[in-house]
Design a protein around this ligand. Structure first.
Ligand SMILES: Cc1cc2nc3c(=O)[nH]c(=O)nc-3n(C[C@H](O)[C@H](O)[C@H](O)COP(=O)(O)OP(=O)(O)OC[C@H]3O[C@@H](n4cnc5c(N)ncnc54)[C@H](O)[C@@H]3O)c2cc1C
Length: 340
């Protein structure tokens, strides 16, 4: 019998398996045949990632120094750091670099289709194989099968779409565009070095809207789409935990989840490798600890999101016209809105 099965080979699952593999008998089950497929992510990650798993050079497409926030009426707030603030990484290469660190079993093309909790173990079926383990970690993304089996899910799932055009772009700034007539979140333009990414998230995310806004209708571009889970559910259970997008560990103000998911995966690994049994009570410390690390940020982010949802375009203009003079904004960390 295995000690731990990790469902999902995204950044959260791969980090968790890596941190547990030398202390537990671990297997990762992944539904796709290749790591990082399909890619639904912009891969904009702050330099905080260096403290978790520094992206190898060949994963980095570009680096940015800050962001330009455009209000509906044309006011612009410039946020910038002295050095570079964030990487624009190719998620497929990054995920592959995380997978290369594993020496445990990695079962590709193995979709988790059944989980049953009973007696002293968890039994599951993945890719037609029946597997028994002591504890399961659901790192299977925003539409987590493990979370559904446990009867939980995030508060909201927000759609996001991406168009990547073959236009070289070496700008130092990511650009965010707010327009409540188009989306309750925002649209974006990300310089990716050899290409340019156009995207939007929130209700109303549609490729025809994106094409019209950025005038890219006649350009060739690659499409990606996915969902962003906001508002974490309960994340610890008898013989199970949830981590990463499966646990709603995303930033409510941008939808980014790579740094948060990997941060929480580390905490999960520490708790699992030291746990005295895998009862709900002995895994409770995981939720206490990840909430201590990022709970305040998610709470403040959900509040900011509610505020943004209530503002009209005129109110947004007035707010951004004032806020652009606040130099304090430059001190903001991409991952930490409020003091830790
Ligand atoms: C449009 C868009 C843009 C984004 N841009 C950014 C960004 O710029 N920066 C950022 O930090 N975040 C971004 N995100 C969010 C980011 O993609 C996620 O937070 C991150 O991928 C979460 O990692 P994860 O390991 O939890 O889940 P995932 O990366 O989703 O990995 C889950 C894995 O589980 C597998 N899986 C699913 N179901 C099963 C099953 N039943 N059996 C076996 N395997 C299964 C999947 O195939 C997948 O490999 C974006 C999201 C979207 C939708």
């Amino acid at each position: 019998m295995l000690d731990l099965v990790v469902a999902g080979a995204g950044p959260a699952g791969l980090e968790l398996a890596f941190r547990c593999q030398n202390k537990m008998n671990v297997a990762v089950v992944e539904e796709h045949k290749r790591i990082g497929e399909p890619n639904h992510c912009s891969g904009l990650v702050s330099r905080n990632i260096d403290g978790i798993a520094k992206p190898p050079r060949d994963c980095v497409e570009h680096r940015v120094r800050g962001a330009l926030l455009h209000s509906p009426g044309g006011h612009t707030i410039e946020l910038k750091k002295r050095g570079f603030a964030a990487y624009v990484i190719d998620r497929q290469s990054f995920d592959n670099s995380l997978a290369e660190r594993l020496n445990c079993r990695l079962l590709m093309g193995s979709k988790l289709e059944r989980v049953a909790f009973g007696g002293g173990s968890v039994s599951l079926t993945a890719g037609r194989k029946n597997i028994e383990c002591c504890v399961i970690a659901g790192a299977d993304g925003a539409n987590s099968f493990v979370a559904k089996s446990l009867g939980v899910g995030p508060k909201e799932k927000i759609p996001g779409i991406i168009a990547i055009a073959r236009e070289s772009n070496a700008s130092e700034f990511v650009e965010l565009f707010f327009d409540k007539r188009l989306t309750d979140c925002f649209l974006w333009k990300i310089p990716r070095g050899e290409t340019t990414e156009y995207g939007m998230w929130g209700s109303g995310s549609r490729f025809d809207v994106l094409e019209k806004f950025f005038k890219i209708k006649n350009k060739k571009y690659a499409r990606r789409s996915g969902v962003i889970p906001l508002g974490p559910p309960k994340t610890y259970f008898n013989r199970a935990i949830l981590v990463g997008d499966a646990a709603g560990q995303c930033k409510p103000w941008t939808g980014g989840g790579v740094v948060y998911g990997m941060t929480c995966a580390r905490i999960a690994a520490d708790v699992l490798t030291k746990a005295d049994g895998f009862s709900e009570q002995s895994l409770r410390g995981y939720e206490v600890r990840w909430k201590r690390a990022i709970g305040k940020q998610i709470g403040a982010g959900m509040f900011a999101r509610c505020l943004l949802a209530r503002l009209s375009n005129r109110q947004l203009d007035a707010f951004m016209a004032t806020a652009r003079w606040l130099r304090l904004l430059n001190r903001l960390d991409m991952d930490f809105l409020v003091k830790k």
